[in-house]
Design a protein around this ligand. Structure first.
Ligand SMILES: NC(=O)c1ccc[n+]([C@@H]2O[C@H](COP(=O)([O-])OP(=O)(O)OC[C@H]3O[C@@H](n4cnc5c(N)ncnc54)[C@H](OP(=O)(O)O)[C@@H]3O)[C@@H](O)[C@H]2O)c1
Length: 288
C-alpha cells in the first residue's frame, strides 16, 4: 500500500488525483499527521501495510524561510529524517521530493545528480539537509529534485502570471535566472512510474520538463497561450528586468537547469517538453 504524505499541497493533490484515477490502494495524510513528530508518523503507520511512502510535504516559502530558518529546517530536514526512519521501521521504500535550489547556480549547463550541491538560501540548505538525513537513515530511497513546479492548486508562477495578466497593464519578469519548469501532473506520473518499476536503483534523480528557459520566456509563453485560450482578454506589456531590479529576500540560483538523463534512462521515462506540458495545462484550465 502507498502512503502519500502532504496530500493538500500542490504536488500532493496531483499525486492523489492520479492515484484515484488509477484506482490504486493508498492512504493519504496532510498536516494532521505532523512529519516533525516521529511518534505521530510511527503510530499512524503501525497497523497499516505500507510498502511505499511518497513525501510531498515541505516548507516551501522560499523568502519567508530566511526569517524562519528553524521552522524551515524542522519541516524540510527533521521531517524527512523522521519519514525515512518510519519507512525503515515499516520496511517500506520512500520517494521524497527535493529541489533545484540545492545548487548555487554557477554551473554552465544542466546540473547532474553527481554535481556538488551548494545552496545559497535557507530553503535550499534545509532541503539539502533533508536529503542527507534520508540517505543516512534508509537505503531504499528515491530523492527526486524538481524545479519551477506548477499545478492547478497552490501558489505558483503560472497561476500568478495569469492573475497578473487579468489585473495589470504591465508585468515585470526577470530574464537572468534560468531553469526548467515542471508540470506537477508530469512529476506525479514519474513518481508512479518509479513505484511500478520497483527497481533497486536507489538514490538521487532530477526531474523537470525538457527545455532550458528564463522566467521572462516562461511568462511570454504563458501570456501567448492565455490569449489563445481566451483566459485573458486584455493586452499586457511584459517587461524584461534583471534580478537586481527585482530583489527578493532569498537569493536564487542564476542557473538551476536539471539534467533529466538519469531518470529517463533508469525508468524509461519520456520527459515532455515544457511548452507541450504548459499548453495542455492552460488548455485544461479553460475547461475547468
Ligand atoms: N513549488 C515549487 O516550485 C517547487 C520547486 C522545487 C521543488 N519543490 C518541492 O516539491 C515538493 C512539493 O512542493 P509543493 O509546491 O507541492 O508544496 P506545497 O504546495 O507548499 O505543499 C506542502 C504541503 O506540506 C504540508 N506540510 C507542511 N508542514 C507539514 C508538517 N509539519 N506535517 C505534515 N505536512 C506538512 C503543507 O500542509 P498545509 O497545507 O496544511 O500547510 C502542504 O500541504 C516539496 O518537497 C518542495 O520542496 C517545489
Amino acid at each position: 500500500m502507498i502512503w502519500l504524505i502532504g496530500k493538500r499541497g500542490m504536488l500532493g493533490r496531483e499525486v492523489e488525483a492520479l492515484l484515484d484515477r488509477q484506482k490504486r490502494d493508498y492512504i493519504a495524510t496532510g498536516a494532521e499527521v505532523d512529519i516533525t513528530d516521529i511518534k505521530q508518523l510511527k503510530e499512524f503507520a503501525a497497523d497499516k501495510p505500507v510498502s511505499w511512502i511518497i513525501n510531498c510535504a515541505a516548507y516551501t516559502a522560499v523568502d519567508k524561510a530566511e526569517d524562519e530558518p528553524e521552522e524551515a529546517f524542522k519541516i524540510n530536514a527533521d521531517g524527512p529524517s523522521n519519514i525515512s526512519k518510519t519507512a525503515a521501521y515499516k520496511n517500506a521504500r520512500l520517494i521524497h521530493i527535493s529541489t533545484d535550489y540545492v545548487f548555487d547556480g554557477t554551473k554552465k549547463g544542466a546540473y547532474l545528480e553527481t554535481d556538488l550541491p551548494n545552496p545559497i538560501n535557507i530553503y535550499g540548505k534545509s532541503k539539502l539537509k533533508g536529503e542527507q538525513y534520508i540517505a543516512e537513515n534508509l537505503k531504499a530511497h528515491f530523492i527526486i529534485r524538481t524545479a519551477w513546479l506548477y499545478g492547478k492548486n497552490g501558489n505558483n508562477f503560472v497561476l500568478t502570471m495569469l492573475k497578473q495578466f487579468r489585473e495589470k497593464p504591465e508585468v515585470r519578469v526577470v530574464t537572468d535566472q534560468w531553469g526548467s519548469p515542471t508540470c506537477a501532473s508530469d512529476l506525479a506520473e514519474a513518481i508512479i512510474r518509479i513505484i511500478d518499476l520497483n527497481s533497486g536503483t536507489f538514490g538521487l534523480y532530477h526531474f523537470a520538463n525538457e527545455g532550458e528557459i528564463n522566467w521572462y520566456q516562461f511568462a511570454t509563453e504563458i501570456y501567448n497561450l492565455a490569449r489563445i485560450e481566451g483566459l485573458t482578454g486584455r493586452s499586457v506589456r511584459l517587461l524584461p528586468v534583471t534580478t537586481d531590479q527585482y530583489p527578493t529576500k532569498a537569493k536564487r540560483p542564476v542557473n538551476s537547469c536539471l539534467s533529466k538523463e538519469k531518470i529517463s534512462r533508469d525508468f524509461n521515462i519520456k520527459v515532455k517538453p515544457w511548452k507541450e506540458s504548459l499548453a495542455s495545462f492552460i488548455s485544461a484550465l479553460k475547461i475547468d
